[in-house]
Design a protein around this ligand. Structure first.
Ligand code: GLC
Ligand code: CA
Length: 533
């Protein structure tokens, strides 16, 4: 089989504002990341994905870009970036950049020019529509609340913004726009970055007839209601755009393309963007929403995913990111939440598919509570209190229990999480039972096993309702993963699964390594990874 690096990789997402502050102004930056590359290497991940670092007025914290080829001064300079890239590569860590081409910032020179008149050379680079002031062209809504249309007096027209009004949507139907995007991608490929994460890749094209979205259930959260978005995403023309990106990237060796597909339609949609000539990966976000915490829920999801992807495309899994509540906090409070989080971490890191870890998950960072006055995320500001926004999952990485968690010596842009005394890197490095050591162990086990990285996945049927059990089968080795989703111990006879010999590789408790009896008792919420005949 094809063993491209990104299939076997563990990818670590860094939110640059919040990882490490190199110049002590309270905001994380590139030098900060460079300082911590040894930490990242020791964690064992293969690649880092940086949320946007490009020049930006920061209305959406970097997802509003005003120059695709410059580093924002808050994060550093191009020389700092080059140093980061080189230092990462020296350590065998690949670097993936975020690319945001659904929209630019309203401060991008393209938009300023486009705004200036109806007949300038860039007049059609954005989605402009005639209308009457006060009566938007249709019912499309912004993901961040309110109408998706903004009136501009100079043109006496509306422009489209699916996010904040400072994020005007590009007109992908204009050939020059498409060309510019390809050239910008090429710029970073030529610099030697290892791949990209494409922001909201399924929104690039909107309905050419601007048909109203069938808004039907206004009480549901906007982001996950397809009736709000039927005509503003997944238009057939997007396929061509994605294929063109892939074609360009295939001129370069060993690069990865990852799509953020904003959908509640699940696997079929992720798959659509990762078919053979399209992107290499699309985040599967479904774990973020799966409830309840039960073996059956996850087993069914993974089975379905496997049946959709088969050998045609490569799956991926995500527990959290910069857009959603920290996954640990979705599991409740106290010790049980930590145990459940460990079960999910083991699942993430043993499945067939590329796992993504969001910074801080490896030390068990929780969602921080941000008082209303401290909210800076436009989503939270606009939709509060229904939606408190995303600041709570973007708080500074907790390096130690000192001032500002060792993130900075200056008061950071967001508060430090309340759990910093327990939840910090320094403390967990010294504690063999910590979340950090657990993640390291899981990553180490995955890395050492061809079966876990590339092998087939085969579920085992069991009568134990709380048990999720599967084999990962490689060319010459076999791993058995046992996950107890329940709060009661489970006694197993491994012979029932056709296992004759086994060796314990690791997990939440410490069965003697190398033990090879045939019966095994799984503790409540235990995760165990075995090597078997
Ligand atoms: C994506 C990003 C999110 C951003 C939005 C607009 O969903 O992950 O953070 O606000 O796109 O670019
Ligand atoms: Ca800084």
């Amino acid at each position: 089989m094809d063993k491209s690096w990104w299939k076997g990789a563990v990818i670590y997402q860094i939110y640059p504002r919040s990882f490490k502050d190199g110049n002590q102004d309270g905001i994380g930056d590139l030098d900060g990341i460079t300082e911590e590359l040894d930490y990242i290497r020791d964690l064992g991940v293969d690649a880092i994905w940086l949320s946007p670092i490009f020049r930006s007025p920061m209305k959406d914290f970097g997802y509003d870009i005003s120059d695709y080829r410059e580093i924002d001064p808050l994060f550093g300079t191009m020389a700092d970036f080059d140093r980061l890239l080189e230092a990462a590569h020296e350590r065998g860590i690949k670097v993936i950049l975020d690319q945001v081409y659904n929209h630019t910032s309203d401060q991008h020179p393209w938009f300023k020019e486009s705004c200036s008149s109806k007949d300038n050379p860039k007049a059609d680079w954005y989605v402009w529509v005639d209308g009457e002031k006060g009566t938007p062209p249709n019912n499309w809504l912004s993901y961040f609340g309110g109408e998706a249309w903004e009136w501009v007096e100079t043109r006496k027209q509306y422009y489209l913004h699916l996010f904040v009004k400072e994020q005007p949507d590009l007109n992908w139907r204009h050939h020059e726009v498409r060309k510019q995007v390809m050239q910008s991608i090429k710029f970073w490929l030529d610099k030697g970055v290892d791949g990209f994460r494409f922001d909201v890749v399924n929104l690039f094209y909107k309905d050419d007839r601007l048909r109203d979205n069938p808004v039907k259930y206004p009480e549901e959260p906007i982001a996950f209601n397809r009736h709000y978005h039927l005509y503003t995403r997944d238009r057939p023309e997007t396929e061509g755009a994605v294929e063109e990106i892939r074609e360009l990237m295939d001129f370069y060796d060993d690069r990865v393309s990852i799509g953020e597909v904003a959908t509640e339609l699940g696997q079929a949609q992720y798959f659509a963007y990762t078919r053979p000539n399209r992107l290499n990966l699309a985040f599967n976000f479904d774990f973020k929403e799966l409830r309840p915490f039960a073996a059956k829920t996850y087993t069914e999801h993974v089975k379905l995913n496997e049946s959709v992807f088969r050998d045609f495309a490569w799956p991926s899994y995500v527990l959290g990111n910069h857009d959603s509540k920290r996954f640990l906090s979705k599991l409740g409070e106290g010790e049980d939440a930590l145990r459940k989080a460990k079960v999910l971490a083991a699942l993430l890191l043993t499945l067939r598919g590329t796992p993504f870890i969001y910074y801080g998950e490896e030390i068990g960072m929780r969602e921080a509570e941000i008082p209303y006055e401290k909210i800076v995320d436009p989503q939270g500001k606009n939709l509060w209190p229904k939606n408190v926004g995303r600041d709570g999952c973007r708080t500074p990485m907790q390096w130690n229990s000192g001032l500002y968690a060792g993130f900075s010596r200056t008061e950071p842009w967001l508060p430090i999480g309340g759990d910093v005394q327990e939840v910090n890197v320094e403390r967990q490095k010294a504690d063999p039972a910590s979340m950090l050591q657990y993640y390291k162990q899981l990553i180490r086990i995955r890395k050492a096993s061809d079966a876990l990285r590339f092998g087939r996945l085969e579920f085992l049927e069991t009568k134990e309702e709380a048990l999720m059990a599967f084999f990962r089968i490689g060319e010459s080795e076999r791993n058995l993963v046992l996950l107890n989703f329940g709060d009661r111990a489970i006694g197993l006879n491994l012979e029932d699964f056709g296992v004759k010999t086994w060796r314990y590789l690791g997990g939440t408790t410490s069965h003697p390594v190398g033990f090879s009896g045939l019966s095994l008792s799984l503790e409540p919420y235990e995760a165990a990874i075995l090597e078997t005949n």
